[in-house]
Design a protein. Structure first.
Length: 194
């Protein structure tokens, strides 16, 4: 059963790139319909207001307001008219930065995840930002949610060693494409794209 090794989210108030790397290995715990769903974060991407690919690049808006709020909250947005994506807000208040959770490895509640993503092999249940939101039942209703509290919590785990982490450029964007701000657990079969 997944339990936090360290419940301090203090590192989230620092640099978004460091936070994106540090979140690898941590657990997302979702309580939904009487089920406990747990995923180990295996892929992340950093986004900052100085970065043209970030939603916060053009300043604070109704959509991005949460990104400028306190660290440790969820920034959930709707994209392509059909998918939700979940981020962890980082930085000091007033700084628009967040880490996109791109993929998790299912640890608990796999049967419930399969119900939300039927006919998918386990490695494809949560191997993308929209897929993991569908599997975990994360919607816009959780935008701004404090990730220290149920029904969606972030449990900090020990930091992964450097040899266990691969760093690359981000994917699925058209601006600021050369920043090496994507991190994933090396060799994980649960990431969105090798």
């Amino acid at each position: 059963m997944a339990r936090p090794a360290d419940d301090s989210l203090a590192f989230l108030t620092g640099d978004v790139v460091a936070a994106a790397r540090r979140l690898l290995g941590c657990h997302i715990v979702r309580e939904l319909d009487g089920e406990r769903l747990v995923g180990r974060i295996v892929e992340t991407e950093a986004y900052h207001q100085t970065d043209a690919a970030s939603h916060s690049y053009k300043g604070r808006t109704m959509r991005t307001d949460v990104m400028f709020g306190p660290a440790g909250h969820a920034y959930v947005y709707f994209t392509y008219g059909m998918h939700y994506c979940m981020n962890v807000v980082t930085g000091e208040e007033g700084e628009g930065s967040a880490v996109l959770i791109r993929a998790v490895e299912p640890l608990e509640g796999i049967a419930a995840l399969r119900l939300r993503r039927p006919n998918m092999p386990d490695a494809q249940l949560t191997n993308g930002p929209a897929k993991l939101c569908q599997a975990l039942g994360v919607t816009k209703a959780l935008n701004g949610h404090d990730l220290r509290q149920a029904p969606l919590r972030l449990h900090i785990q020990p930091a992964l060693p450097d040899e266990a982490v691969t760093t690359t450029v981000r994917i699925g964007i058209s601006k600021d494409i050369d920043r090496p701000w994507r991190f994933y657990v090396t060799g994980s079969p649960f990431i969105s794209k090798p």
